[in-house]
Ligand binder design. Sequence first.
Ligand code: PMP
Length: 382
Amino acid sequence: MIYWDHAASTPPYDEVIQTMGEVMKQHYGNPSSIHRMGEDAAKLIRRSREVCAQALSVKPDEIIFTSGATEGNNMAIKGAALQYNSRGRHIITTQIEHPSVYDSCLELEKQGYEVTFLPVDQQGCVNLDELAAAVRKDTILVSIMHVNNETGSVQPLLEVGKLVKERNPRTLIHIDGVQGYGKLPVYLNDWQADLYTLSAHKIRGPKGTGILYKRAGIELYPLLSGGKQEAGLRAGTENIAGYVAMSKAMRMAGEHQQVFATEISSLRDKLIYSITKMPGLELNSYCNGAPHIVNVSFPGMKAEVLLHTLEEYGMLVSTKSACSSKTSEPSRVLLAMGRSHDVASSAIRISMGDLNTNDDIQQLLETLKVAVGRLEPLSRKE
Ligand code: PMP
């Protein structure tokens, strides 16, 4: 079996698995308890926060631990909207955001906020002139992703930051960084990011843990009521083992980023070069995108059928993102990129990780030819 679904989740590093077990066994005290075991647990959280902060070149008290990026994105967007609604009620995002951002914005619309969902071009990038035109005096937040989880398209964050802050210095910038960290360099300062979300299970860390970076001085309205954990922003007893293990994964993924980008983009380019020789196929990812995601459509075929046929041959790919793959709707992201209904319904996502090899790519290409050959006569009949 070869795993091609790293944008959905990744195999945890051995160190991560080992750390989870050790910390759970030895440090089960509640970090809020004021006895020795509680203090030891609190110390571990402090240390993990320092490691994560270092990986992002920010200050430890700018790091909020979360249960993952869905929570981080909700916390950032709804928390900022509630906190700053006296400044305005306008939010800008894009049509290709992850559901945790997109649906948070839809929810805010129902609450009386005005949301501009910016369109993207054929390659999945926002147009900077359209963004500039959208920023207003009452725009409290711009939420934009670093790397798209379905196609790997990369947003021009440097220009976005410059432009948004020139137009309105008080507009906050939130970046969903989930698919970018460990794959591409991260420049929170240069991007002028105020809020930035990560998820550990996309970088070989544990599931159910993540980070929200919140620039010092920015306030968010807390979505949970209860204890004062995470500076009052996230009530609830901390996932100590998860946080320690996540900090290890962040450090390792950060250190491997350059090697990852070089090695995996060479696999991607090889895959794109060979796959585009297959007739009738439409490519939805580009060589200027993130190194690890290739999205490709086989018009006339049902993506799910192709996925399961590939699975029969031991190749695990995905359709759309994990969070929306169970809906039968065509991909919202591909439709926003101007693809037809047929192209958007016949897309599979191949997402690579650092354990994939040249040999794996060769096997995938051969399998794809066989699977598509098997399905083609059926798709012609429909
Ligand atoms: N944003 C993006 C871009 C993602 O790819 C994902 C995971 N599919 C998330 C947010 C949500 O992350 P989590 O699984 O940690 O909730």
